[in-house]
Write a protein that binds this ligand. Structure first.
Ligand code: GTP
Ligand code: MG
Length: 598
């Protein structure tokens, strides 16, 4: 028994039998199709009055037959062979369509997503007619041959061109003349080429081997050319703008996740945006958008899809099944950066704990994808068992790590007690990631902490001694200054939990120095994020002053706004050493105030 895919409703059993017999057909290896096979498809399609799609491998075997368009009968990504690199899937689709029209964008998209060797579309006349010369009955008016073409310049495929072109096509009147322009757009921007209408005989004459071997050679060449930086994740970013977001918030968020991907060592090749009142519960974006994401990812050879938000395990599972490509959410990107940056054993400990805590609830979701991939029978039992074992192992490991983190907390507590004992006042530098905290610590204490234009450059807190002027002349104050991990809006709860030890440096300090990157367009919302995180801390942190950093690259207007909104703030440039005297004096006042109210 062979499966017939698609909607079988209303078909007679004799028709189903005819369709099923297509699986017995064998095409010659060097031809796209034979006229006999094409005629047979067209005949059945005419009779059932529905489009029919067949999928054929390179050995000429029919491996899938479906009622419906190529889009409707598409092979799910997980069932497709994966060759990676410059290759095609080794499967071509020969399909009928009932109306005399050029191949639809959805059919071509389906071809691109599956990386089909080729897509052949047969226009069915609807009734048989006598072929010239008499004899056989013909059903095919004309045919189209479509295939993928290499994208010479990576990332130049802009899906919006397609959308705008579609709108143009829909609105076009007979006297409009966009056809030449359109075909130019096609060759420039689309990852496929579509032939002129061909007669069936011409189509059957096409040398299939020539075609795919030529194409694969070109794809291979392109693939090798791209290999230069192959160890970098090639990312397609997806942003969803929901109702409660302003456009500015949305774009700021996208810019930030792009920076996060960058800091994690990946590269965002393209961004797909969607506006929705709320995220789709199953797939975050709508079905059409999932198709667009799949096509774009194929076209630009992305190996990873990153969302600008956190996803449920079900959403990740559904998306990975539909896209056939790894899907990662915002927290996972942040965790990945942390994992790469962790140097000290305690940093590593905290990151591993956070990763496991985030992964465990999601294991079930991803595990089920795997057993579905196996097709069900025989995979269910052992699959689940393995998953359970995995869960138990992970749960045990989490418990152990938690214990180690607790020991760490106790150790840090003793250290701080010591400090109190010696009565050394402490200030913690806090602020949004990349604000310039480490640069400032380096400047003030003549240290060489790692500072870089990356998000989360610092993971482990560093404490340094520092002497600042006190309020009493000639009685300088000796304090300790601690550089801490940067904050970010919507800090993942798993991170807050695991970084308790680090964050306690903040709540334990006598006072805080809140560094703000005033050159960042979103500085105001960054201040709010930091304030919110501080307000949510289990212990209320000490008094704080705000230092606006990077004033060397801030325009006068922004400076004026910040001055008005934060009259108490200090304005500095850690990189250029500006405003340091004022800052040191203000720190002295701050610490004396903090200690007096201790
Ligand atoms: N133009 C300018 N750049 C600065 C200034 N201070 C720091 N930077 C730059 O900002 C980037 C981030 O600096 P860091 O000191 O690493 O920032 P951080 O707050 O420690 O960041 P994380 O540890 O990643 O949270 C670096 O490229 C610095 O060179 C400044 O005053 N002016
Ligand atoms: Mg830092």
């Amino acid at each position: 028994m062979h499966t017939i895919y698609g909607n079988l409703q209303g078909l007679k059993s004799s028709q189903l039998k005819q369709i099923e017999k297509l699986y017995d057909q064998r095409l010659p290896g060097d031809r796209l199709t034979t006229t006999e096979f094409a005629q047979r498809l067209a005949a059945i399609s005419s009779e059932i009055d529905k489009p029919l799609s067949t999928y054929i491998n390179r050995r000429g075997q029919v491996i899938r037959v479906g009622i419906g368009t190529p889009r409707q009968t598409q092979i799910p990504p997980l069932e497709l062979p994966r060759y990676g690199g410059g290759r095609l899937s080794g499967i071509r689709c020969i399909a009928t369509h009932l109306k005399p029209e050029i191949p639809s964008e959805s059919a071509l998209t389906a071809m691109a997503i599956q990386r089909l060797d080729a897509l052949v579309l047969l226009t069915v006349t609807g009734m048989g007619f006598q072929r010239r010369g008499g004899g056989a009955t013909g059903y095919i008016q004309e045919t189209y041959l479509a295939h993928l073409i290499p994208q010479k310049e990576q990332g130049n495929f802009d899906f919006s061109v397609l959308t705008s072109q579609l709108e143009e096509e829909e609105g076009s009147t007979p006297e409009a003349k966009p056809s030449i322009q359109n075909s130019q757009i096609k060759t420039q921007n689309f990852p496929w080429r579509v032939s002129e209408p061909l007669s069936l005989d011409d189509l059957a004459d096409q040398d299939f081997l020539d075609l795919v071997e030529g194409l694969e050679a070109e794809f291979e060449e392109e693939f090798v050319a791209r290999q230069v930086d192959a160890d970098q994740d090639k990312v397609l970013l997806v942003g969803v703008m929901t109702q409660q977001m302003t456009l500015l918030d949305f774009e700021d968020g996208l810019a930030e996740i792009t920076r996060l991907v960058d800091s994690a060592g990946g590269q965002v090749l393209q961004t797909v945006r969607q506006k929705r009142s709320r995220p789709h519960p199953q797939t975050v974006v709508g079905e059409g958008k999932v198709q667009e994401i799949a096509l774009t990812a194929q076209t630009i050879s992305a190996n990873l899809v990153v969302f600008d938000r956190d996803l449920s395990s079900a959403q990740i599972r559904n998306l990975e099944t539909m896209l056939g490509i790894r899907v990662v959410d915002r927290t996972e990107v942040i965790l990945d950066i942390f994992a790469q940056r962790a140097r000290s054993s305690e940093g590593k400990l905290q990151v591993e704990l956070a990763q496991l805590q985030y992964t465990l609830p999601r294991l079930r979701g991803r595990g089920q994808t795997m057993s579905r991939q196996g097709g069900g029978i025989g995979t269910r039992g052992p699959g689940e068992t393995k998953l359970e074992t995995e869960r138990r192992t992970i749960a045990k490991r989490i418990a152990r790590l938690q214990q180690e983190v607790n020991q760490l907390l106790a150790h840090r507590f003793r250290l701080r007690q010591n400090r109190h004992h010696h009565e050394v006042p402490s200030i913690a530098i806090v602020g949004y990631t990349n604000a310039g905290k480490s640069t400032l610590l380096n400047l003030l204490t003549n240290s060489e902490v790692y500072a870089a234009d990356q998000l989360f450059a610092t993971l482990d807190p560093t404490t340094r001694r520092l002497t600042i002027p006190g309020t009493v002349p000639d009685e300088p104050l000796s304090i300790v200054l601690t550089d801490t991990v940067g904050f970010i809006r919507e800090l993942p709860p798993a991170l807050i939990d695991a970084f308790r030890a680090t964050l306690e440096e903040v709540t334990d300090a006598d006072a805080l120095l809140h560094v703000v990157d005033l050159s960042h367009p979103a500085w105001q919302s960054q201040i709010r994020s930091v304030m919110n995180i501080l307000a949510d801390m289990p212990v209320t942190p000490g008094p704080a002053i705000v230092a606006f950093n990077k004033i060397d690259s801030v325009d006068g207007e922004t400076l004026a706004i910040a001055r008005e909104e934060f009259p108490q703030a200090v304005f500095i440039s850690a990189a250029k050493g500006l405003g340091m005297e004022t800052l040191r004096h203000r720190l002295g006042q701050l610490i004396e105030y903090a200690i007096s109210s201790r």
